[in-house]
Design a protein around this ligand. Structure first.
Ligand code: NDP
Length: 283
């Protein structure tokens, strides 16, 4: 540790296009609220500089960092180990110093789960999940680890969907099936949770999921990964049908909470973090 660094424990985020990231405001609000003399700084790291950046963070005593696209997979060979779900997903968005080791974790799915659990315990439940990209993959793996009974992956690209279903079946022994998405999908009777894990609706308030809305029944829990707008058309339509809606901001706040817990060992105040995030996003 360099002289003077006793004032601050450092964490950070490695991404491309790092400017103006509301996550910084959210994490630093948590540090300030809990009297932690820590900093969370945002650094733009290009792919060719990733190895040097990870080594540098270790050398400078960083307690950890988030990494976003395009580093979530390529960072893995430069770490000392992986947490259970990150190993299953093959993607890391949160690095945690444990002793002298940098361990890769994935907080996206964990954040989603925490948010979902405010409405329903996914254990033993049947879930329909739209999407098979990074976010959907993280969510599906955490749902599997949490004891979800059945997952139907509904995805446009068959190859991507099949890859996720194979992972769920082979590594988590889950009852998982793929529906290749074409036309309006009808949610099967008996489904407990319906999740939009695609980017449909991101910055597009009018965008609709190809979904037969009459198949959404009162009492179903409906969740969206999209956080801008916070109230997506999908959530509005589902609420109008009597479903309980969980927005994507909850996932974003909770993945931040899990990160702070990993780094500092304290559970931060969720309301403080959500408020800071909303302010930074101009909500
Ligand atoms: P990816 O690019 O990895 O995956 C995108 C997914 O959306 C794929 O399944 C893709 O299907 C599907 N998709 C995109 N456009 C369409 C379309 N027009 N019709 C049908 N399917 C479509 O993205 P990520 O998984 O990383 O991110 C997805 C969303 O999750 C983003 O909006 C992101 O902002 C959000 N997110 C939110 C977080 C939070 O904390 N709230 C955290 C992380 C992500 P296909 O395979 O066929 O291409």
């Amino acid at each position: 540790m360099t002289e003077g660094s006793f004032l601050h424990e450092l964490t950070g985020s490695m991404s491309q296009g790092a400017a103006g990231n509301p996550t910084v405001a959210m994490i630093e609000a948590a540090f300030a609220h809990h009297g932690l003399h820590w900093r969370y700084v945002n650094m733009e790291v290009t792919p060719e500089n990733l190895v040097a950046a990870v080594r540098g963070a270790k050398a400078m005593g960083f307690r950890g960092f988030n990494c976003s696209l395009p580093h979530k997979v390529t960072v893995i060979p430069h770490l000392d180990g992986l947490g259970e779900s990150a190993a299953l997903m093959g993607a890391v968005n949160c690095v945690v110093r444990r002793g002298d080791k940098f361990v890769g974790e994935n907080t996206d799915g964990k954040g989603f789960l925490k948010s979902l659990e405010t409405a329903i315990d996914p254990k033993g439940k049947s879930v329909v999940l739209f999407g098979a990209g990074g976010a959907a993959r993280a969510i599906a793996v955490e749902l599997g680890l949490a004891g979800t009974k059945r997952i139907t992956i509904v995805n446009r690209s068959e190859a991507r969907g099949a890859e996720l279903v194979a992972l769920l079946r082979e590594k988590l022994k889950l009852d998982a099936e793929l529906v290749v998405w074409s036309g309006d999908y009808a949610v099967p009777t008996g489904t407990d949770v319906v999740i939009n894990g695609t980017s449909i609706g991101l910055y597009a308030p009018e965008a609709r999921l190809a979904l037969d809305l009459t198949s959404l029944k009162p009492g179903m829990v409906v969740a969206d990964v999209v956080f801008s707008p916070v109230r997506t058309k999908f959530l509005d339509d589902a609420s109008a049908r009597g479903c309980r809606a969980i927005d994507g901001l909850g996932m974003l706040v909770n993945q931040g909470i899990v990160g702070v817990e990993y780094w500092t060992g304290i559970t931060p105040d969720a309301a403080v973090m959500r408020k800071a995030l909303e302010t930074a996003m101009g909500l």
